[in-house]
Design a protein around this ligand. Sequence first.
Ligand code: FAD
Length: 159
Amino acid sequence: MDDRQFRQAMGKFATGVTVIATELEGEIHGMTANAFMSVSLDPKLIVISIGEKAKILNKIKESKIFTVNILAADQQEHSMIFAGQLKEHREVAFERLDGKPVIPGSVAQVACEVSAEHVEGDHTLFIGKVTDIHLSDAEPLIFYSGKYRSLEKLETVII
Ligand code: FAD
């Protein structure tokens, strides 16, 4: 099995798209991520997985806080900005939830404190203790097989 085949297989798992954000010394840093899942209801815990080369890794280790912003269908540009897929720098406005930076218009904003870190291979898993949540009614952005999709279009195909 080579790396490409592994990537292709993992890409067959359709996911939403999130932007993980943290703040260190007054500077907000964001990164696009789809390695996110719920872990526990009591206490309320979630997990994210960050690659060893990502600049946000050490920032979360130091700040001990992060937010998960589940992107809406009309926020594909946000995903591209925070995945470094756009050439020019774009200013992004943030709001606050429990004092932590969140992206306005997201389907869900989840504010967390780091409760544990586990290095596994070339990624670090951060367990986040959820300190606050904000929800909206927007439709989510979908990522599948290396492409952005929308739930609306998928529903149309099924019907
Ligand atoms: P940088 O390269 O510094 O930041 C990424 C981009 O965000 C840069 O262009 C930067 O200018 C911009 N940016 C950062 N902060 C701000 C700000 N405050 N205002 C405006 N712009 C800002 N990687 C993982 O490790 N785990 C995952 O689960 C994961 N899932 C992904 C899912 C998808 C759909 C995609 C497209 C990528 C995913 N990646 C994931 C890859 C990851 O998003 C990129 O490797 C990313 O570029 C690494 O970010 P970095 O922390 O090194 O930050």
